[in-house]
Design a protein. Structure first.
Length: 472
């Protein structure tokens, strides 16, 4: 295991900052039926034969039985509440919440995992890309499918599909701040009208075959509505409430308000899961203790360090060396992607869409020693803190081993090249050998020089763009 050992000359940011009862077509937000809908087709339909692979379609129900679902019972709601508390959840992540990555997190003991957000409207139209979000791997112990909707009937139909795909619960997205989502009257836009949101939650909770969780922010412009929102949602029948400790307008630029999350918890009878600014296991533990919540959720923390879940359950920092990270994270995720997307040309195209993006988060890993950073994190979240390429106790960048420098390099060209080597390698040992040769060649200096020449634009893109893409 690599131990952190002394400041660096180059820096970067982690962040800048029975049938169901009759339902009515109730819309919460603005009418968007006439809008031209468009989603980037990141997963195209396969047309060529390929080796068998896991695709996650573990159906509970056949399609023709869609109208024969029972309603969720109080016993099932209670059972879910008991199962999801005292855990560190994996947040719903746009692009990052793909099945191979969730599977990777499950190998590191993630217990509660939530899918990437699906538009309920597109699910109901049979959109194949949206349906992939519902696929579940056998290793996912507790799996929730997140949907975005403002129409009861539409949401109930999507909840039935989630049930059909063997989800344990359905999660309503009321927290996404991006314009793509809010312009349709979805996500955080729902927070503007608490009473109407309560009707939506009530309709979904009463019409779904699965328990309902709701993920919110503290408000839109400010956090004044937070307590009222939480009360309305609980009274409307939500089984679990997930609270991201920022407003819509704050997006990810301010520290999450865990004190207010704690006040919501103190008034609630259902489980409250806190979300925001969790990069390390000790931050998760400290924020849970501060607020009294029943669990915590991490998004960026898991993207940077997928083994954060194992650390959380063992209350111990795990400092993988560069070679260990290649074997246990990079190469394992590559293997899972090949099994899921396929190892042919079509699978490679999909791999190229996802893997370099993931490496763009993996490169932000730093061995943040609890003894050094735990107290600092209480004053300012580590996700909101400027951290150098080499930490203070590691010396200069040049003092790091070449392979470690390569894995920490923020060059997009480096990420693409690393991904290519991973895909072409037969074993993790083969990948380590090839990447070591790159790290010890002049190529590493070229990568670092390209980053240095565009550092200002690169820092801004990393600190805001990646974050804003996380709609859930």
């Amino acid at each position: 295991m690599m131990k952190a050992n002394g400041g660096s000359s180059s820096s970067f940011f982690f962040s800048s900052n029975a049938k169901p009862a009759a339902t009515t077509t109730t819309t919460v937000g603005e009418d968007d039926d006439d809008e031209e809908e468009h989603r980037e087709n990141e997963e195209t339909k396969e047309t060529k034969p390929k080796p068998p692979h896991f695709d996650g379609r573990n159906f509970r129900k056949k399609r023709e039985e869609v109208d024969d679902y029972k309603l969720v019972t109080e016993e099932e709601k209670t059972r879910l509440r008991e199962k999801v508390i005292n855990h560190l959840w994996l947040a719903p992540l746009t692009k990052g919440g793909n099945l191979p990555f969730r599977r990777l997190c499950a190998t590191f003991e993630a217990k509660v995992l939530v899918s990437e957000m699906s538009y309920a409207r597109f699910l109901n139209r049979g959109n194949p890309v949206e349906k992939t979000h519902l696929r579940r791997h056998d290793s996912e112990e507790i799996f929730g499918a997140q949907i975005a909707t403002n129409i009861i009937e539409e949401g109930v139909r999507s909840a039935r599909m989630a049930y059909e795909f063997n989800a344990d619960f359905v999660d309503l997205n009321c927290g996404c701040p991006t314009h793509e989502v809010t312009k349709r009257g979805l996500g955080a836009r729902l927070l503007r009208k608490p009473a109407k949101l309560a009707k939506l939650v009530e309709g979904l909770a009463n019409g779904s075959p699965l328990p309902l969780s709701v993920k919110i922010r503290l408000g839109v412009e400010d956090d004044k509505p937070a307590l009222k929102l939480a009360e309305e949602i609980e009274n409307a029948g939500a089984s679990v409430l997930i609270v991201h400790g920022r407003t819509k307008e704050q997006r990810y630029t301010k520290s999450a308000n865990w004190n207010l999350i704690g006040e919501i918890k103190s008034r609630s009878k259902i489980p409250i899961i806190g979300n925001g600014d969790i990069l390390t296991w000790y931050e998760a533990r400290d924020k849970m203790a501060l607020s009294g919540v029943d669990g915590a959720m991490t998004g960026r923390g898991a993207l940077i360090k997928p083994w954060i879940f194992k650390e959380f359950y063992t209350n111990t920092s795990i400092e993988f060396t560069a070679k260990e990270r290649i074997e246990l994270v990079y190469f394992k995720l590559t293997t899972f992607m090949k099994e899921y997307f396929g190892a042919d040309a079509i699978g490679k195209k999909r791999f190229d869409l996802f893997m370099p993006w993931h490496i763009g988060f993996f490169c932000r890993y730093r061995p943040l020693d609890e003894a050094v950073y735990r107290e600092k994190a209480k004053l300012n979240p580590l996700l909101q803190t400027r951290l150098d390429i080499a930490l203070e106790n590691e010396g200069r960048i040049e003092d790091l081993e070449p392979l470690e420098r390569l894995l920490r390099c923020v060059s997009e060209e480096a990420h693409a090249d690393i991904a290519e080597i991973l895909f072409q390698s037969e074993t993790s040992e083969d990948a380590i050998e090839k990447l070591t040769r790159v790290a010890e060649s002049s190529k590493l200096a070229e990568y670092e020089l390209s980053v240095s020449s565009s550092s200002s634009s690169s820092s801004g893109r990393e600190s805001s763009g990646d974050v804003d893409d996380m709609r859930g």
